[in-house]
Design a protein around this ligand. Structure first.
Ligand SMILES: NC(=O)c1ccc[n+]([C@@H]2O[C@H](COP(=O)([O-])OP(=O)(O)OC[C@H]3O[C@@H](n4cnc5c(N)ncnc54)[C@H](O)[C@@H]3O)[C@@H](O)[C@H]2O)c1
Ligand SMILES: [Zn+2]
Length: 345
């Protein structure tokens, strides 16, 4: 068991790795617990949840709406929740984002914690205090910054996770290694088989290292004024690819990371050897390194990305392996570089 403390503006967030979900009631300090989960997670793992009221939502990104939050508020009201209540999100990133948002806004804020059940939620979505929902086609347009009081990573959940979801999480682990931890990158290279077979002690090691990178960045810039943008490495192109190509988030970010690594190389920050190493790593984990992209629609989507400010985009470049820097780039510069950034056929 390992733990990490994240000091948020509103209080600390205690992250416990390798703790069973059955420890949740102890962490809620005797308060009345309401669990929010999704139908599939409940069907697979509900027998291990704490005994308490459970609110189930549908499965998937389409549920991340204000309508779902509305239904949750109605249930909170019918359950007569008050400030002594405690909300626990048990599920993937969708559940964590919604549960954190509903808890943060009901009665001006109920205490909440998470037991993330996907690798992506354990290494990314469950930690860092961003909670929210999508609105009119825009991702995470409505939300709060508010840290969960605890995050319990129970690795037994991962045993039922489809491999495609494991890969989504691994793409973020690789991102964390590339922007902040060279040793993690080496571990990902040497321990691939153990990681892909979800061997618990190795998973705990890589989730821990991955979270250390995220927590270090978030604790210096909780509200994304600068440094936190580093967590968007691979995501400027990644989001655009996800929107236009219908690939999964992890697959899109994987291709995005290769393109953004190439741009880092064009700017003299990364060697061709480094770029090849990144490609080998992603490929080794079954993540794509290229796709036949539609130039116009990808560039259009990059332009619409909400990180864009006037004509500039806050772009994350790798500064060697294990370090990142943020540069303001003009959209035009990306347009001109685009063909060179795509995989040469
Ligand atoms: N708040 C943040 O900082 C942050 C960061 C990254 C991503 N996110 C958000 O996270 C979401 C993606 O999270 P996700 O990838 O976990 O998706 P998800 O929550 O949709 O889960 C993916 C699928 O796996 C299923 N599932 C969950 N746990 C399972 C288990 N143990 N076994 C079998 N199936 C299981 C779910 O029912 C779902 O069908 C996106 O909405 C994204 O915006 C938020
Ligand atoms: Zn991501």
């Amino acid at each position: 068991m390992r733990s990490i403390e994240l000091q948020g503006a509103g209080g600390p967030s205690h992250i416990a790795l390798g703790l069973p979900v059955s420890s949740v009631p102890d962490l809620c300090q005797g308060r009345r617990i309401t669990v929010i989960t999704d139908n599939d997670v409940c069907a697979l793992h509900g027998n291990r949840f704490p005994e308490c009221n459970t609110i189930k939502i549908g499965t998937g990104e389409k549920e991340k709406t204000l309508e779902t939050v509305h239904r949750i508020y109605e249930t909170f009201l019918s359950l007569d929740l008050d400030r002594s209540s405690f909300i626990v999100g048990i599920g993937g990133g969708v559940v964590c984002d919604i549960a954190g948002f509903a808890a943060s806004t009901y009665l001006r804020g109920l205490p909440f914690g998470f037991a993330p059940t996907t690798l992506l939620a354990q290494v990314d979505a469950g930690v860092g205090g961003k909670n929210g929902v999508n609105f009119q086609g825009y991702k995470n347009l409505i939300g709060t910054f508010n840290q969960p009081q605890f995050v319990v990573c129970d690795f037994r959940f991962l045993k039922t996770l489809p491999m495609a979801e494991v890969r989504n999480g691994l793409a973020e682990v690789i991102k964390h290694a590339l922007i902040g931890d060279r040793d993690l990158l080496s571990q990902l290279e040497t321990e691939r088989e153990h990681i892909l077979s979800l061997q618990e002690d190795i998973i705990e090691k890589i989730v821990y290292a991955s979270l250390e990178v995220k927590v270090d960045i978030v604790s210096r810039d909780e509200k994304e004024g600068g440094e936190r943008r580093k967590l968007n490495f691979g995501h400027t192109f990644g989001h655009a690819i996800e929107k236009t190509m219908g690939l999964s988030h992890g697959e899109s970010v994987s291709i995005g990371m290769v393109m953004e690594a190439r741009l880092s190389m064009a700017k003299g920050l990364l060697t061709a050897y480094d770029v090849q190493r990144i490609k080998n790593m992603l490929d080794g984990y079954g993540l794509p390194i290229s796709a036949p992209l539609d130039r116009e629609s990808v560039i259009d989507a990059v332009g619409k990305d909400k990180k864009r400010e006037d004509e500039d985009i806050h772009f994350v470049l790798l500064d060697g392996i294990g370090a990142a820097r943020i540069e303001k780039l003009k959209l035009q510069e990306l347009v001109e570089a685009f063909d060179d950034l795509c995989e040469h056929r």
